[in-house]
Design a protein around this ligand. Structure first.
Ligand code: ADP
Ligand code: TRP
Length: 323
């Protein structure tokens, strides 16, 4: 039995990049035999950058609704809010006391901001330790994440190994990162990586009119309707291809190559594809967002299970630390 665990920060509504790059592959993985999965909403981590309580609450619900809309089964996967299993903060403290300062000073998440230290809160500095606690509290074997998180998983593994060594026993499972080998990178509406930080993302759950506005704003070159176009250079085509089947992709490719087909038409085709592919998910997402108590109920199932595992693990850890 292998245990997989991953978290998504509740800093925004999940966008198409998060869904294709993180949520869907994790749900696929959770269906494999001999795996037990824990997926959680990292709302403690979100506090390092987001301070507005209303927004944090809204985003937490939006992340939960997105996972459930895309088929997470809360009776099979342990699905929970990080803050509802606050035992993780106790473990964070213990790990803090076992983590050498330079290890954190070298973490990208902190180092990148090293020239603006007045903007860095201590939570951001110790972010990787909280992440290690998320992972080690549940005896996690595999952590599916994007490439940008590899260093954090290495830190968690280092902390686990050094703690085990000092304790003289294998108290913690040493985790490994699992990188989505399709390496799917969804481009944003401006052609850079889709990211909430670049404000170039497509929120597929928006009402049709607003979604249309976003899709229509995808940046293209200035070729006219009559011109032949190169599909491999175009953002609309690149996003379309990630969502379409082979026949649909081929049809659009031919339209680009032969000319007489404008970018406006390509964008309309992409909008229609999003609406068709995600019809059910859009309905489910909105149902959950309109019924927060149903969402709370789904999360509560996982929070009870996660708490039980956390309590047992903490008991073992306290025994090692105090006597
Ligand atoms: P963002 O860049 O929007 O802040 P996060 O860093 O919160 O996204 O990423 C959450 C998860 O979604 C990670 O596993 C990350 O690898 C994945 N992800 C984010 N953006 C993309 C993208 N454009 N394409 C594929 N996966 C992505
Ligand atoms: N830091 C991760 C991100 O920004 C989110 C996260 C928090 C996480 N704790 C985790 C991911 C534990 C995997 C395992 O994407």
């Amino acid at each position: 039995m292998s245990r997989i665990l991953t978290g998504i920060q509740s800093t925004n509504v999940p966008h198409l990049g998060n869904i294709l790059g993180a949520i869907l592959p994790a749900i696929e993985l959770s269906k494999k035999d001999n795996t037990e999965s824990l997926f959680f909403i990292a709302d403690f981590h979100a506090l390092t950058s987001l301070k507005n309580p209303t927004l944090i609450k809204e985003n937490t619900m939006a992340v939960a609704a997105a996972w459930l809309a895309f088929g997470l089964d809360s009776t099979k996967t342990i699905f929970y809010r990080q803050s509802k299993v606050p035992q993780v903060s106790e473990l964070t403290w213990y790990l803090n006391c076992y983590t050498p300062y330079p290890m954190l000073a070298n973490a990208h998440s902190f180092k990148d901001k090293g020239d603006r230290l007045s903007d860095v809160n201590v939570g951001l500095f110790t972010y990787p330790v909280l992440m290690a606690a998320d992972i080690l509290l549940y005896d996690t074997n595999l952590v599916p994440v994007g490439k940008d998180q590899i260093q954090h998983i290495e830190i968690a593994a280092d902390i686990a190994r050094s703690f085990n060594f000092k304790a003289g026993k294998n108290l913690f499972v040493v985790p490994e990162a699992l990188i989505n080998d399709r390496g799917m990178l969804v481009p944003g509406i401006d052609g850079q990586k889709m990211s909430k930080s670049y404000n170039n993302f497509i929120n597929i759950f928006l009402p049709e009119k607003e979604l249309k506005k976003i899709v229509m704003s995808i940046v293209t070159d200035s070729k006219g309707i009559g011109d032949a176009k190169d599909p491999s250079m175009d953002n609309v085509f690149k996003i379309f291809k990630l969502l379409a089947n082979e026949t649909q992709t081929e049809e659009l490719r031919q339209n680009y190559i032969k000319g007489g087909f404008g970018y406006g038409q390509a964008k309309t085709a992409l909008l229609q594809l999003i609406l068709d592919n995600y019809k059910e998910q859009r309905i489910n997402y909105n149902k959950f967002m309109a019924n927060i108590s149903a969402l709370e109920k789904e999360l509560a199932i996982g929070e009870v299970k996660a708490s039980k595992i956390a309590n047992e693990k903490l008991k073992q850890i306290r025994e090692v630390l105090y006597f």
